[in-house]
Design a binder for this molecule. Sequence first.
Ligand code: ADP
Ligand code: MG
Length: 485
Amino acid sequence: MALDSLDPHELWAQCLLNIERRVRAQSFANWFRPTQVAQFDSNVLVIQVPSIVSADWLEKHYLELIREVVLEETELSPDISFTIDGAPATAVIPGVVPPNPNQEVEQPAIEGSSSNKNYPQTTEQSQIKNSSPEENEPFTSLNSGYTFDSFIIGEGNRFAHAAALAVAKSPGKTQFNPLFIFGGVGLGKTHLLQAIGNYARVNNLARRVAYVPSEKFMSDFIESLKNRNTADFQRLYRNADILLIDDIQFLFLRGEHTQTEFFHTFNALHQNGKQIVMTCDSPPEKLEGLEERLLSRFQWGLVTPIEPPDLETRIAILHQKAEINGIPLPNDVAAFLGSYISSNVRELEGALIHLMAFCSVHNTELTVEAAKHIARERGPDPTTELSIEAIQKFVANHFDLTLENLISKTRKQEVATARQIAMFLAKRLTPHPLKMIGLHFGNRDHSTVVHAIQTVEKKCKKDPSFGKMIEEFTEAIKQKFVPSF
Ligand code: ADP
Ligand code: MG
């Protein structure tokens, strides 16, 4: 077929007709109908998809089929990639030259890349690349999907959202400087933080928006020390109009130097009326290792929590995420999923994606039955099950201690034993590394946690009734967090 004679949309429409004959109706409706073509020529085919989920799914499950159909319909083998709103959603997947029947040995398709080297892709390779027109920017690029429009407001996040929006509209000019947003995992902190950056960029309210996970700030700084170019580092960070620094808790885990550097960056920006926004897993006063002078600065502006969404908000979020994926979600299914996962929006999203994928593969409707199946497969909501704090509360409660007491530095025997038991259970029942466990127990270091675990193990061996108690605790905690469905 003469490719020039047809426009890309017609070509893609033709490919879709072919695909429709080959896949189940439901799969076609879920994954192919919402696609469009962004570019289609002999070199590249860029498929526009509604969401990251679709890109991921199409790439994992239908890439071969797409390749085959494109070859059949156009006699071409372009590189294939996916895009959302013009931003790359996956890495480019090199095309394959059709095998030449006269050729004995298979040739690598694209120069410099034997196609096997680049394809099939591993999940890691195909992970979503953030959108940024300025690929070379030294800062982590923003995810264009994290906007205020796509953020559902509920009781738990209303204030944080309002503050973030105010800051985005007038960076550096409100009383909320710095803005400090804290809360548990998966509650939308990164989403809000990036929404500020996206908003300010789109509306030209700031020239330089620097989004950095705090680990990157730290490693950039350490790198600059090594390379003896701290002046460059400082220029870079102190030049920002808006500094968005994510998960700041990690900044205080290591060395004072980084903290001092951050202190100076903070001062330089603040003095010049530049906006600083930070997210954190706990309120500033709970950050162990944080110097007083930084603590007081964090409190200059606004410190606001973000709390887990209530059921109504969770259901609204589910509907919105389903809509983004172009798949209508029945109310009873949303209600079931929303009740099953109560604490973490990331989990909520994960379960929904799991469900959509399941229904697509099995060519079934999205029903409560299917959702129950997914819930059983996924097990209890890991956020509730796996939280170190939940274990601490359980143990503290059992020994009639307060949480503060349990975590405190006191060496009183009963408290120390309870603390060791809680550390042991945290290791047994959560996937967190020792360092993280230590952090939750008043910033104790990892050798203290190792010591606690060994002590409990020894006691279990020596004293069967102690061992029995530990097993009972384990069971009780597991029971407590298994949802009933
Ligand atoms: P955190 O940084 O607090 O761990 P994220 O910002 O990464 O959490 O949020 C996890 C996921 O949940 C993201 O995909 C985000 O878009 C989504 N999310 C969280 N809160 C909301 C909300 N209120 N509305 C829509 N999506 C949300
Ligand atoms: Mg985050």
